[in-house]
Design a binder for this molecule. Structure first.
Ligand code: TXA
Ligand code: MG
Length: 362
């Protein structure tokens, strides 16, 4: 009894070390320190090109259990296994279709996750009880070095508390997980800012379960027909998304987020009038807009997410801006919609979820 009380106290009092690491040439001693934690079944947060991940040894049931506990994540929500070389795939996945090899050649290392039937090497704790496994080979040098030194298979969800926006900077990880994990590798802001595209290759026709930086068109250029999980687009509660994680409330800021969609002038006018009404009621409201419109709003808090001419900048700042609004403790956030040509689907997928699908069409 006494021992278990002591253990409990140790978990509560864990100090989280934040180690700055060189992104292009990760220092060997820092990678070694992180890898030794992973090999002992512990947790390390690390940068990838998409978002920060919370890593554990994917082949140890204990590692996955620690991830679920630290994130407060339901344990039926499977984890992505990160690998660093192509040979690693055959040990954890079986019945790998030819299309997958073509996709790997085209997009790995990079922001693409593929789902396969799993081998017995992968514990059910890692796959949330499923017979399939999600696999990704990231391109970030820190991630690759950690995977190689840490045993070759790192399970890593985004390193946020379940339900919060994914972390794109080490300080976001610290805000959510300080005291719950021993180490954060700080590689500065990540380059992409939204999570990887997930494509399921375990069925007859490849199916996108989560849109991301690699678009449907890019996949189709390599393997032909690709479908999009109907659960992603329909608001019908009976159509369940196939990726268990996509059904949960997600990416949500503390304030009520409302999207306004339509022609630029109409959107600006409506948001300005909504903010005016809010002010009369004593509310503190904020606005998410773009460089092109920032000067047109009359509100106390107007944040530009990026430029419509550069949709990568919008993806990159999306989660950061949602977290900034949490710090400002606003009551409501009104946001423009960003149906941009290439990343619009991925951006709006996150933003609509963050807004709980509250959209005003003008
Ligand atoms: O970019 C990314 O993918 C980041 C970085 C860290 O690599 N990781 C990430 O992991 O976004 P996470 O756990 O936050 O999201 C993984 C999603 C969840 O929605 C989960 O349900 C789904 O992938 N998933 C994982 N394995 C699956 C499987 N076998 N079948 C269906 N969905 C799966
Ligand atoms: Mg996540």
């Amino acid at each position: 009894m006494l021992t278990s009380t002591k253990n409990y106290a140790i978990i509560l009092l864990m100090t989280t070390k934040i180690l700055k690491i060189d992104v292009n040439h990760p220092e060997e001693n820092k990678i070694a320190e992180a890898a030794s934690i992973i090999k002992q079944g512990g947790l390390v947060a690390f940068p990838t090109e998409t978002v920060y991940g919370l890593g554990a040894d994917a082949l140890l049931p204990e590692g996955a259990k620690r991830i679920y506990a630290a994130k407060g994540r339901p344990s039926d929500n499977p984890l992505i296994v990160h690998i660093a070389d192509f040979e690693a795939l055959d040990r954890i996945a079986r019945d790998i279709p030819a299309g997958a090899k073509a996709l790997a050649d085209a997009f790995w290392p990079g922001p693409l996750t593929m789902i396969f039937h799993k081998t017995s090497l992968v514990p059910y704790e890692t796959t949330g009880g499923l017979d399939t496994v999600a696999v990704r080979m990231p391109v970030h040098p820190v991630a690759l070095a950690l995977i190689r030194q840490g045993g070759g298979y790192i399970a890593a969800p985004s390193a946020n508390t379940s339900g919060k926006p994914s972390p794109t900077q080490a300080k976001h990880v610290a805000l959510d997980l300080d005291g719950k994990i021993p180490l954060i590798l700080d590689g500065g802001p990540v380059p992409i800012g939204i999570e990887s595209t997930i494509v399921d290759l375990s069925g007859d026709i490849p199916m996108i379960l989560r849109p991301g930086y690699i678009t449907k068109e890019m996949l189709e250029q390599v393997i032909g027909e690709v479908r999009v999980d109907p659960g992603l687009t329909k608001e019908d509660a009976h159509v369940r998304p196939k990726a268990p994680g996509m059904k949960y409330k997600h990416y949500a800021p503390n304030a009520d987020l409302i999207l306004v969609s339509g022609q630029k002038e109409d959107v600006v006018e409506r948001i300005n009038s909504l903010v005016r009404e809010g002010r009369e009621k004593g509310e503190k409201d904020g606005i998410i807009c773009t460089e092109e419109t920032a000067g047109l709003y009359q509100a106390d808090i107007v944040k530009s997410i990026g430029s419509r001419q550069d949709e990568d900048s919008i993806a990159k700042h999306l989660y950061e801006i949602l977290r900034e609004f949490d710090e400002l403790e606003v009551d409501k956030i009104y946001s423009e919609s960003f149906q941009t040509p290439r990343l619009g689907q991925a951006i709006m997928n996150r933003l609509l979820k963050a807004a709980g699908h509250q959209v005003i069409e003008v």
